[in-house]
Design a protein around this ligand. Structure first.
Ligand code: UN1
Length: 513
């Protein structure tokens, strides 16, 4: 716990609260309609925020495209030095920023701090990367020729992020894009605009200190219509969008219509397979954190547990017992495991899922419900629920962004479990709990999990930044964060240089004049 409250956190982050006028972002170009940021923790109005109008957007783009001209010519390791300073600022501001994330979004303070830690980690990663933006060299088939490839900055990167990771997902994108020499325009979720303003302030401070234009980092605020300014704008070379599959389909089509590039990180329907050789204690920790952590609002949250029939009752009872220990309440209180959902619409989706699973023939084994009374005034606190279901239920095939867990049973070998696991449109994260080498390897093999993330004896959520993050099928196919995810933020160029006095053609073609 910290010894300061949210007011002090806002002050340390330079974000105006409700008593101090209206906050803006976007290099201070924001004259659109005013939206409110209300905390799901206690329903309090935190601040009002001015959104970005089309006119403001044009100013933002002018500042971004202008900043790009300076930024792209700075050597990559020097850009890395700026990102290093940004990471250091985040270390300084970790507590207030973690607190704001927790209060504005509703995740636990520990998870809020964890999110800022992910930002710090990706900055460190990007600093190292700034000296490793390598291409390959190839042997030319022609004598006296040299062939190689290089990566150049691409331009303006548009980032559209979701409420559930209101700061980390931006940092995964922006830290890499910055060392790659791109400038970024960020539209955070309209549900967490203050997190966006806080991050922009931190970035702006670092750029100002280094006499660099703030346009390297730009913020725009508002709903999907503001996002559309970017998706339809050919000046935006890459759109990196995180959110629902529905949103991703719209973004993908708008960007594709102008042959732009997109990086999509969309919904998951993540499962843990529990085989007869699973360690039950580890399974319970992985499953419960995966299902109820962040109140089930991670794209990597565990939605389905696929349990072998021989273990079914044992695993089910152990998970149900663990659910009895869960404390639901104010996420800023360290004693609570589960905070609120983001808003009342999310509560409606949660209620719908519980109703629907019963209609389809499922059986609720841990009752859900919306909590009322003292401490629950926001109406966003719900009880994590568990239902026994069948894999093909419509609701089980669908991602509900809430703590609703489906237990599914399989018989026979691990391939039957994999068929269930892979039998959904989403392909983000997956896990197997087993001490059996054959099962683990089958799960990781070509016939195994079809997801972008496949874990053995770890749950589905909580990926480290060092790996490439993203998933297949309707999850969108994009990869962010570690490994070679940086390549998508740069344009690749193949260069062939002839240092002779002849001009031989490739493929041995003769063209004599
Ligand atoms: C998301 O929910 O959008 O793997 C990202 C995890 C986190 C990231 C989740 N590191 O759970």
């Amino acid at each position: 716990a910290t010894d300061f409250g949210i007011k002090e956190a806002l002050k340390q982050l330079g974000v105006k609260d409700i008593n101090n006028g209206t906050s803006t972002g976007s290099n201070h170009f924001a004259n659109g309609e005013v939206i409110e940021s209300r905390s799901p923790v206690d329903a309090q109005l935190i601040a009002k925020v001015k959104t970005t109008s089309k006119e403001d957007y044009e100013k933002v783009m002018a500042s971004a495209t202008d900043a790009f001209k300076t930024w792209r010519t700075m050597p990559a390791p020097q850009r890395g030095e700026i990102v290093r300073q940004f990471g250091d600022k985040l270390r300084e501001k970790k507590e207030p920023l973690g607190k704001l994330v927790s209060y504005e979004m509703g995740k636990s303070y520990q998870e809020g701090l964890g999110e800022v830690q992910e930002m710090i980690d990706i900055c460190d990663f990007a600093v190292g990367l700034s000296r490793q933006l390598h291409g390959l060299t190839m042997h030319s088939e022609r004598p006296g020729h040299r062939m190689y490839e290089q990566y150049h900055p691409m331009g303006v990167v548009g980032i559209i992020s979701a409420f559930n990771f209101p700061v980390a997902v931006w940092a995964w994108n922006t830290a890499l894009a910055w060392v790659c020499g791109d400038v970024c325009v960020w539209k955070p979720s309209e549900k967490t605009p203050l997190c966006g303003i806080a991050c922009q302030n931190i970035a702006a401070e670092v750029f100002a200190k280094n006499d660099l234009p703030e346009g390297i980092s730009c913020l725009i605020n508002g709903d999907y219509q503001v996002g559309e300014f970017m998706t339809k704008d050919k000046r935006v070379a890459l759109i990196s969008a995180t959110g629902s599959i529905k949103m991703g389909k719209t973004v993908a089509q708008e960007v594709a219509a102008r042959l732009g590039k997109s990086l999509l990180e969309l919904g998951g329907n993540n499962a843990i397979i529990v085989t007869p050789d699973a360690d039950i204690k580890m399974t319970v920790i992985g499953a419960v954190f995966g299902a109820v952590g962040t109140a089930g609002q991670r794209c990597t949250s565990t939605r389905r547990i696929i349990i072998h029939e021989s273990m079914y009752d044992k695993v089910k009872n152990a998970i149900v017992d663990a659910y009895k220990q869960l404390r639901i309440g104010n996420p800023l209180d360290e004693n609570n495991h589960v905070g609120p959902l983001i808003d009342k619409d999310a509560v409606e989706n949660y209620k719908h899922a519980l109703k629907r699973v019963v209609e389809e023939g499922g059986k609720i084994i841990v009752e859900g419900g919306v909590l009322e009374g003292k401490g629950y005034e926001s109406g966003c606190y719900v009880k994590p629920a568990i239902a026994e279901a069948q894999p093909d239920y419509e609701i089980v095939q669908h991602e509900t962004f809430a703590p609703v867990l489906y237990l599914l049973k399989y018989s026979g070998d691990v391939h039957n479990a994999l068929e269930i696991q892979n039998g959904v449109v989403q392909g983000l994260s997956s896990a197997i709990m087993t001490n059996n080498l054959r099962e683990a390897e089958a799960f990781l093999s070509v016939q195994g999990s079809d997801c972008g993330i496949a874990n053995v004896n770890i749950g589905t959520s909580g990926a480290e930044i060092g790996g490439a993050f993203g998933g297949e099928k309707e999850t969108g196919g994009g990869r962010e964060s570690g490994s070679d995810a940086w390549k998508v933020y740069m344009r690749r160029q193949t260069n062939t240089i002839n240092y002779t006095t002849e001009l031989p053609l490739a493929q041995g073609i003769k063209f004599d004049l």
